[in-house]
Design a protein around this ligand. Structure first.
Ligand code: SF4
Length: 435
């Protein structure tokens, strides 16, 4: 049996698309392996959000080149980096056989056939970045969680982000198709549906028929059975009162909302083109906490964006304290060529960025610890994901608020909701007993 490997870099959207590639290759008769040295086909599913991504991908293509020499492996590159580079990638690396945009994944059988017929002519399929990709199944294999891409591309043009340039304008998948995919997953026994989109809660705007994210969540919530709905990544500006009411009313929608802050300074948010200011953001966080008691809020923060003064950074710390995030992904700004921020004056010295990141992490880590400690002695419902990677005797579960819980239990609990009495709370993990 011929073997294929898929190496995935970057975000959840790429994880989802790799699962689709896997599915297509399996249908073509390939076995899937993680061993690139034993592969007849290797797809690199790339990311280009960070400037350093190119070096990583070039290194991997170099490694694949020698494997190709030994066993004739076909090398395919897909994802944002492939979309951005196009035919240039083949000019620089003649060993690459296929350069393919994410929206062209459905063409894999044709592309492979064409390469197998004529190994000398590489193929480039990166067109149609403003159209919806064809429907392709993605089976995530763990039987517990499944993700569904509900929209592609983004119209926001945040000043630091390359996504709108490589993933095209926002296009929403019709509700009917999403519901059918969700029903299929639930029928297979999945207990968690993760909705994906670069700007997931502006879903439907491009359809022009009144479809919106609130309506989609409502319709998904009506599907029978016990399961959780999560979504990433939303934009604070697109949380309407209607959407918040729908979330508040349906416990199937996870009690953890990601609210990417990026900066707490209204002046910097304006430079970032985020479309909200400090006070609006805080009002949104407060509204969530009031409407849905016990909800967890998480965020993304960039420190050292061009022009960020100490005063702006203090605004960020202020929002972090007031919003009391349960968890945060914190980064130092790094230049990404092709974005507006890369050309801005006021680039910040690395040492200052490092120092601000350290101060931010100190504050956030204390908040995360406090948020975990609030679970001490409580009873929580968790969805069991399976044995812990570090300690096979323990099972891992996740609360609706996205807290990881470890407890002693048998493997057959995987995919079930169970109640756990929390005994010990560490910053990132809770420990308890099944009841
Ligand atoms: S909303 Fe997200 S994906 Fe869209 S431009 Fe901004 S950061 Fe990039």
């Amino acid at each position: 049996m011929k073997q294929a490997a898929i190496l995935t870099y970057g975000c959840q959207m790429n994880v989802n698309e790799s699962a689709k590639i896997k599915n297509i290759l399996e249908k073509m008769g390939y076995g899937i392996t993680e061993d690139i040295y034993a592969s007849d086909v290797v797809f690199l599913n790339t990311c280009t959000v960070r400037e350093g991504a190119a070096a990583q991908i070039y290194g991997k293509i170099g490694e694949l080149k020698s494997i190709k020499r030994d066993r004739g492996t076909i090398i395919g590159v897909t994802g944002c980096f492939a979309q951005e580079q196009g035919a240039e990638l083949i000019r620089r690396f003649p060993a690459v056989d296929i350069v393919m945009g994410n929206q062209n994944i459905g063409q894999i059988p044709d592309l492979l056939t064409s390469i197998l017929k004529d190994r000398k002519n590489p193929v480039v399929a990166i067109q149609d970045e403003n159209r919806l990709p064809g429907e392709t199944e993605a089976d995530f294999g763990d039987g517990v969680s499944a993700s569904i891409a509900i929209s592609y591309g983004c119209d926001n043009f945040c000043a630091y982000c390359i996504v709108p340039y490589v993933r095209g304008r926002e296009r929403s998948v019709p509700v009917k198709s999403i519901l059918k995919t969700a029903e299929d997953y639930l029928r297979k026994g999945c207990k968690e549906i993760l909705l994906l989109g670069q700007n997931v809660n502006s879903y439907g705007k491009d359809l022009g028929d009144g479809t919106n994210f609130a309506g989609l969540l409502k319709a998904l919530g009506r599907l029978p059975g016990e399961f959780l709905i999560r979504f990433v990544s939303p934009h604070p500006r697109d949380f309407t009162p209607e959407l918040m009411d729908v979330i508040a009313a349906d416990e199937k929608i996870a009690r953890c909302i990601h609210l990417p802050l990026q900066s707490g300074s209204t002046r910097i948010l304006k430079r970032m083109n985020r479309g909200y200011g400090k006070e609006e953001y805080l009002a949104l966080a407060t509204a969530f906490r009031q409407k849905i008691p016990g909800i967890a809020l998480t965020t993304d923060i960039i420190v050292g964006f061009p022009g960020e003064e100490e005063e702006d950074f203090l605004d960020t710390l202020d929002v972090v304290q007031k919003a009391a995030f349960d968890n945060a992904f914190m980064f130092m700004y790094s230049v990404r060529r092709g974005t507006r921020a890369a050309e801005m004056d006021g680039q910040i010295e690395e040492e200052i960025k490092k120092e601000r990141l350290r101060r931010l992490m100190d504050v956030q880590n204390r908040l995360s610890k406090k948020s975990s400690e609030a679970y001490q002695g409580k009873m929580v419902k968790v969805l069991v994901e399976g044995p812990s990677k570090k300690n096979k005797a323990m099972q891992t579960g996740r609360t609706s608020t996205n807290k990881i819980v470890l407890f002693a239990g048998s493997e057959d609990l995987k995919g079930r909701f169970v109640n756990i009495h929390i005994q010990t709370c560490k910053t990132w993990t809770l420990y308890g007993n099944i009841t």
